[in-house]
Design a protein around this ligand. Structure first.
Ligand code: FEO
Ligand code: CA
Ligand code: CA
Ligand code: CA
Length: 631
């Protein structure tokens, strides 16, 4: 129950939004002022025309069924499914005989982030490349008979657990467009699986630290496996950053008996062992190998052009539930990585490299992410965004407060963010700079836990079930954008939800149609024209499909999403990635049929139907006339 005197001192949701949207006029200048004045809530009628958008496709209607749908005039073809053999000598999925040896040669489960890297290295080919895809997590209840989501960890056999341990991580597969159709190259020389047991190096300021040393690795520089690889990024030198989104529920054992229960609690490690991995790997027992958990929740760099090189956990980028890690070369040549911590009330971070990017020295670039400054975001209600550096010895990050050195600041990044007074966000997902304008978009997926007392201008709705997107505005624009600046401006780009229900408090461009709204935004991508494409994860809660929406970020169509692609039931959309020419859009359809109780009661068998298991898959979208997507 709210204390009435206290309630009066709390800015209302309407106050906060009014402050944000009136300030927009100052920030954007005259053109912005015109756009801002149009930025008022209008309740659309069904089928209302969308005007002002540069996106020309006819919108999908709000369809939600057992298969996928794309806007008229486009093809959406299945490119690669979970279980297809990609490594030479592998066999395609045999549903009744899944095993670790075969999974390690097959495309992994639950495809998420997609990076498209042209072949050969250094080219800008849009018809031949490497598809680098995260495989976020397994779904045993719809992979094996006889189990539900709740009891899978206990009922899986050790062999089944070992099989799913090989189904997550990352998959690299060569792809080619021939005769207008994309295909994978089975057994391609760069094809590769990185899984729960792959050897990975640890580098940067925390490498070798005593908190990273284990009985199997007294050097603290080598770890087996990566997991919960959610979103990621592509570096300017053609490597992939794959993000470990917090492995807290995949460890077993008693956290109270570990060496630092407080640290485990702050990172959510509760010993729940959700997939039974700790039953087959002793090192994943928190009370048996107390530092093993410190070796997860990092950003991992993979060089897809060097298939024999071990991936590297880059500790300079901090340790938390990284959703994504997107890179941009700032005006002064230094490399900036934006990355958020996807959990309730967690923070947004930015890394700035010490050295500059050198387009002529790829080997030197591969060390850029080991040395630099990590900062955390503080959003002021007046529209100022300050980046507070995480530097040992400064602002309370001292030994007295539990940080013996810079390595500990990075290993305990969340605790450092707490001390620095960072802004607690509504679950930060993707954060990505617009390559045309230089503005940076940060997606908050939702946060039902925020109370009315906890709202602020950057997280303006209590019980935020719908999510929102913020626009972070560095000084400068385009290639001259100063992503390294200590202070940015910021604004609300849109507040998701159904604008036909005023109680949801959604805010879009006034021209939005009855089909253009969404909930729970997650991944974003920009096409070569700088338009934003927004993927959703969680719209099923509102009985609509998850899918993909395109919108302009400037002009009359600013913040006017248009519905382009719909997922089958139970699935979320992830990983939108364009080829350099903008003519192909790859998307991941993750966890189709996840809303099924078990294999006997499947809600869909997408994409092959019949007797097939549901199979998470990458889809290649092209325009039937061969033109650019969206134009
Ligand atoms: Fe794995 Fe934050 O989505
Ligand atoms: Ca995600
Ligand atoms: Ca993205
Ligand atoms: Ca999500």
């Amino acid at each position: 129950m709210l204390d009435s005197t206290k309630t009066e001192s709390i800015p209302t949701y309407a106050d906060l939004i009014a402050a944000r949207f009136s300030r927009r006029a100052m920030l954007l200048g005259a053109a912005g002022a015109a756009a801002a004045s149009a930025f008022t809530l209008r309740i659309p009628s069904a089928g209302a025309a969308t005007t002002g958008s540069t996106l020309t496709f006819p919108e999908l209607t709000k369809i939600y069924d057992e298969t996928h749908h794309v806007a008229e005039g486009y093809n959406a073809d299945i490119l690669v499914r979970w279980g297809e053999a990609i490594i030479a000598g592998g066999k395609d999925l045999d549903a009744a005989n899944q095993n670790a040896a075969e999974q390690a040669k097959q495309f992994g489960y639950n495809c998420d982030f997609i990076g498209y890297l042209p072949l050969p290295l250094g080219s800008d080919s849009s018809e031949h490349g490497l598809l680098c895809v995260n495989n976020e997590y397994p779904d045993p209840h719809i992979m094996f008979p006889g189990m539900t989501e709740d009891d899978a960890a206990k009922t899986m056999t050790p062999d089944q657990i070992k099989a799913i341990f090989q189904s997550w991580g990352h998959s690299i597969v060569e792809v080619k467009k021939e005769g207008g159709k994309w295909q994978i190259v089975k057994g391609g020389e760069f094809n590769r699986r990185i899984t729960g047991t792959t050897e990975i190096a640890i580098s940067g300021p925390a490498a070798g630290h005593k908190l990273l040393q284990t009985s199997a690795d007294p050097t603290g520089t080598k770890v087996y496996g990566t997991g919960y690889n959610c979103s990621g990024g592509v570096t300017p030198w053609g490597t992939i950053l794959t993000c470990e989104e917090g492995l807290s529920d995949t460890f077993g054992g008693d956290p109270a008996k570990a060496t630092d229960p407080k640290l485990l609690e702050r990172y959510g490690y509760d010993g729940s062992d959700f997939y039974g991995f700790a039953r087959v790997e002793d090192r994943l027992q928190l009370d048996k190998e107390p530092n093993e958990s410190n070796r997860f929740d990092w950003v991992v760099e993979i060089d897809p052009y060097a298939p024999n090189e071990a991936p590297v956990k880059r500790t300079a980028l901090g340790r938390f539930g990284h959703e994504a890690a997107t890179c941009v070369v700032s005006a002064d040549g230094r490399v900036v990585v934006y990355t958020g911590d996807d959990d309730y009330f967690e923070y947004i971070y930015r890394f700035v490299s010490s050295a500059k990017f050198d387009p002529a020295d790829r080997a030197a670039n591969k060390n850029l992410l080991d040395d630099g400054t990590l900062s955390v975001a503080k959003f002021a209600d007046d529209g100022t965004l300050s980046w507070i550096p995480l530097i040992h010895g400064q602002n309370g990050l001292t030994a007295e407060n539990g940080f013996a050195d810079q390595a500990e600041v990075l290993i305990k990044t969340r605790l450092a963010g707490d001390i620095l007074g960072a802004t607690k966000m509504d679950r930060p997902e993707d954060i990505e700079p617009n390559p045309v304008t230089g503005r940076v978009y940060a997606v908050m997926t939702k946060n039902k836990k925020r109370t009315p007392e906890e709202v602020d201008a950057a997280n303006p709705r209590p019980d935020n079930q719908y999510g929102h997107i913020l626009e972070m505005v560095p000084p400068g624009e385009g290639k001259n954008t100063e992503h390294t600046a200590d202070t940015f401006k910021w604004d609300v780009f849109l507040l998701a939800g159904n604008p036909a229900k005023p109680e949801e408090g959604a805010k879009y461009n006034a021209g939005i149609s009855a089909n253009g709204w969404f909930a729970a935004p997650d991944n974003i991508a920009f096409d070569p024209k700088g338009r934003i494409w927004i993927a959703s994860d969680g719209a099923n809660d509102f009985d609509i499909a998850d899918g993909l929406y395109g919108a302009d970020t400037v002009g009359d169509g600013r913040a006017l999403p248009r519905f382009f692609f719909a997922c089958p039931t139970g699935a979320e959309l992830c990983g939108p990635a364009f080829t350099p020419d903008g003519k192909t859009l790859f998307v991941s359809v993750q966890h189709p049929a996840e809303n099924s109780e078990n294999l006997d009661k499947l809600t869909t068998r997408w994409p092959d139907f019949g007797e097939s298991l549901p199979r998470p898959s990458v889809v290649a979208i092209t325009k039937q006339d061969g033109g650019e997507i969206g134009s």
